[in-house]
Structures are given as structure tokens and as C-alpha cells.
Design a protein. Structure first.
Length: 193
């Protein structure tokens, strides 16, 4: 599964939604990059909580870190997070750019970089959240061959970000929160076949 990547974006209600998804993922999956709208004082402890709740190694992202299989990288609350291709893998970059969609980190920033550098090798996931952050970046991902999953309205705390992603045509499928991890795994298996 060299070159594969999973990118997740969330906002309001996302802390529990992300935990539920990561808890259900096996340890042998490609690297996961995550943006959750959250102040910088909370992201280190949230990464630790996710690490203890899942089979993945979850850390707060640092600039220059190589994305490793079985690891998840949470954007720190103070910096936009991007990924860039390096050889057969990916490296995380942190930026000091201005907020996008009033957010720093912004899901759109991560998703746009993933679209540019991972293309069809990525599975995108957009979870519960207010507003429209992530929709345009996810559309770019889909246009470059990514497979995108949105959380359904019934299981969202706030059906904003997934609704906007659906509205612009960025989603390949919409599923309840409890099925997101299974769909990611199924898609990875299909790509291997």
C-alpha cells in the first residue's frame, strides 16, 4: 500500500467522531492525516487521547515528519498542515499562513495539498462540523481520483461540512459514522485487488 494516504477533516462534534473512526481502524493501514478545528492548547492532549483509544500511533504533527503506515498525525491547533510527496512517501509541512474559512488549521488547506500530492492514492473522510471548510479541497481530491466518504446527517452533531461537500459534488459515498472505518478498509482492500 505504498503511496496510499487517508485524510480526515472535522469540526463541531469531531473529537468523538474521529475517536470512533480511529478506534475501528486496524493498525496496518496507511498513514492518516487529520485536521480537527481546535485551539492549540487542546491538540496535544487530544492526540494523546486518540493514541490511547486506537491501535494506531497518534501524534500531534510536526513539520518535516515522514508519514508512516499505522500512524495518525493530528494538525496542531496553531498551524495549517500540508503534505507533500517525497519519493514514495509523504512529509508533513506546517505553515504560518493566515486562517482559511476562518480556521487555522483549515481542512481545505490539508485536503488541497493531499489532492496535489497524493491524487488517486488518497481516501478522504469529512465528518461532523459547522460551516463549509473542507468541501472545496475535497472536490479537488475527487477531481484527481481520490475516493471520498462523508458522514451522514443522522449521525452528525452538526451537518454542515459533510452537507457542503455533498452539495459541491465532492463525495463518492455518504455513510453513518459507525460505518466510516469499515468503508475505508473496504476501499483499501479494493485498491489492493
Amino acid at each position: 500500500m505504498a503511496g496510499k494516504l487517508i485524510a480526515i477533516g472535522a469540526s463541531t462534534g469531531g473529537t468523538e467522531a474521529i475517536r470512533e473512526v480511529l478506534e475501528a481502524l486496524p493498525a496496518d493501514i496507511p498513514g492518516v492525516v487529520i485536521v480537527q478545528h481546535m485551539p492549540e492548547s487542546f491538540t496535544p492532549s487530544f492526540a494523546k487521547r486518540l493514541d490511547s483509544a486506537s491501535r494506531l500511533t497518534v501524534v500531534e504533527a510536526r513539520g518535516g515528519a515522514r508519514v508512516q503506515p499505522g500512524h495518525a498525525y493530528l494538525a496542531p491547533g496553531h498551524s495549517p498542515m500540508l503534505v507533500r510527496r517525497e519519493g514514495t512517501g509523504y512529509v508533513i509541512e506546517l505553515s504560518k499562513a493566515e486562517p482559511v474559512n476562518r480556521h487555522r488549521p483549515a481542512v481545505d488547506v490539508l485536503f488541497s495539498s493531499v489532492a496535489a500530492h497524493a491524487g488517486a492514492n488518497v481516501i478522504g473522510v469529512i465528518l461532523t462540523g459547522m460551516g463549509k471548510d473542507g468541501a472545496q479541497g475535497m472536490l479537488e481530491m475527487r477531481q484527481r481520483g481520490a475516493w471520498n466518504i462523508g458522514q451522514d446527517e443522522a449521525t452528525c452533531v452538526v451537518y454542515g461540512m459533510p452537507r457542503e461537500a455533498a452539495r459541491v459534488g465532492a463525495l463518492d459515498e455518504v455513510v453513518p459514522l459507525g460505518e466510516v472505518a469499515a468503508r475505508v478498509v473496504a476501499r483499501l482492500r479494493a485498491a489492493r485487488a
